[in-house]
Write a protein that binds this ligand. Structure first.
Ligand SMILES: O=C(O)CCC(=O)C(=O)O
Length: 283
């Protein structure tokens, strides 16, 4: 389902739960979209497509796809307009806080698919946390923001509607997959349990430009080693909420208000809570 950006967070969250995902039209303004794009572009240009690992990574992540991470250090507009986007955080609160004390960012990356890249195998983003996924709870909320062309010919994401209801181990019926076309600034928000995959880029010379970001339950390990990619001098300039989403702060694993669970924290240093240290703990 496609909704204008004026749709309430409550309604958007209900649609995500019901359908497995939603398109938010115009989540970013044209100006925000082009600033994120332009701030990332020099980094994208430095990176060759494909990956260093050989264990299926090229096949799955795309031999002709450019993925760069560490986005919070590369684009402040990414932090302000996507990581701290109130609509995205509102939906994530509704979906994820049922099963954790805090959530954090699992990864954020460009997914720029060049012509000739075949379609990605359909999958559920929960694959990295299969032990937890089998419990049938929501682990992750994913977002794909279009930073440029995002139509079926260039490899718009293919999703299998309602497949989040099937259970983690159920087979994925690729005949049901549909491309989700986006305009620059639109976002596809979906559950980690929804089957989907990048499409094939069959265009002559256009690149499919997406920015992916995932929020994950705080008691699960993120895919990206996020804090390692953020130099201290940049970490110190980020708002506190951004630091906590980026693993530069400690996390509650649960929501207890009494007993030892009420003060236990994950991701500490010398038993200090990182958020008390104002981002200076790395010195
Ligand atoms: O590029 C896309 O449209 C989806 C990418 C994806 O699902 C992934 O790489 O895990």
């Amino acid at each position: 389902m496609r909704c204008p950006v004026s749709t309430s967070v409550t309604e958007l969250s209900e649609i995500v739960r019901r359908d497995g995902g939603v398109v938010i039209e115009g989540l970013l303004t044209q100006g925000e979209t082009s600033t994120v794009h332009d701030q990332l572009q020099p980094h994208v240009e430095k990176r060759s497509p494909g990956f260093r690992e050989d264990a299926g990574d090229d096949e799955f992540y795309g031999r002709k796809t450019v993925r760069i991470q560490g986005l919070a250090a590369k684009s402040r507009q990414f932090v302000d307009s996507i990581l701290l986007n109130e609509i995205l955080l509102g939906i994530a609160d509704n979906i994820l806080l049922a099963n954790c004390g805090n959530y954090w960012m699992s990864q954020a990356e460009t997914i720029y698919i060049a012509p000739g890249n075949p379609a990605q195998t359909l999958h559920r983003d929960d694959i990295n946390w299969s032990f937890a996924a089998k419990q049938g709870i929501d682990l992750q909320m994913s977002v794909l923001v279009a930073l440029g062309d995002y139509d079926a010919e260039v490899g718009a994401t293919r999703v299998v509607p309602f497949s989040h209801r099937d259970g983690y181990n159920s087979p994925i019926d690729s005949s049901l997959a549909q491309p989700v076309e986006l305009q620059p600034g639109d976002a596809l928000v979906y559950l980690g349990s929804l089957a989907h995959g990048g499409g094939a880029n069959t265009s002559e010379n256009r690149i499919r430009k997406a920015l992916y970001m995932g929020f994950l339950l705080g008691w699960l390990t993120p895919e990206e080693a996020v804090p390692l990619a953020i130099p201290l001098e940049i970490a110190q300039t980020l708002p506190e909420r951004a630091r906590s989403l980026l693993g530069l702060s400690s996390l509650r694993g649960n929501t207890a208000t009494t007993g030892i669970e009420s003060f236990a924290q994950l991701w500490q240093l010398d038993r200090d809570h990182l958020d008390k240290l104002d981002g200076t703990f790395l010195q």
